[in-house]
Design a binder for this molecule. Sequence first.
Ligand SMILES: O=c1ccn([C@@H]2O[C@H](COP(=O)(O)O)[C@@H](O)[C@H]2O)c(=O)[nH]1
Length: 240
Amino acid sequence: MSLPTNSVPAGDIRDRLIISLDVPSVEEARALVHRIGDAGTFYKIGYQLAYAGGFDFARELIGQGKKVFLDLKLHDIGNTVEEGVRSIARMGMTFLTVHAYPQTMRAAMAGKAGSDLKILAVTVLTSYDDNDLIDAGYAPVPAAELVARRAEQARDIGIDGIVCAATEAQAVRGIVGRNRLIVTPGIRPDGSEAGDQKRIVTPAEGIRLGANHLVVGRPIVKAADPRAAVEAIVREIADA
Ligand SMILES: O=c1ccn([C@@H]2O[C@H](COP(=O)(O)O)[C@@H](O)[C@H]2O)c(=O)[nH]1
């Protein structure tokens, strides 16, 4: 399968789909990965699985040749973030998230020094819209504007990649350039439920808007046939 010409290359096309293993136990995660088989190459482990044995399972996946994105969205004082990232950098993960606060991003980049781990900065969660930002105490600011501001700061710090909604991917690409990754959750194939996501697009739109990687959880995890759901998204990515 060849890469779409209008997007930034990111290795094998299957790697462009990151499957979010949002399940309550390692047993369920293992069964899901088994059902998906060689259709899935890149998995994300977030809060739910990480705190239910997911770190050991991440090592198991890496041992099978899969890539793992540890989505911990770290945010703490600089020293704690730096030392935490230093420990994570030894685990063989491909991506790790931190919140896009300047102190946090600087500390994370210091902590990963000398490793292959890539740090992704989460700008504004895809479950937030402009009203949620006001609710969270921000002076009225459109989500897209805050994403752009944080992307500029992330670029200036030298972060490896940005997490944002695909609705902002084109603007973010203009800010961070071609060499930084853009990873977009909030992806919904046509006909799937948005759930708590507010800034959503389809897989094809996400790729056309410039995302390197799409993160998809519930539309795969809750599908009657998760492997078929993965294959449908990979086809959409290839045809975008
Ligand atoms: O802004 C963000 C950052 C992270 N996520 C995570 O991605 C998945 C999305 O799952 P879906 O089931 O496809 O909605 C989930 O693990 C989130 O924690 C995000 O959605 N938005």
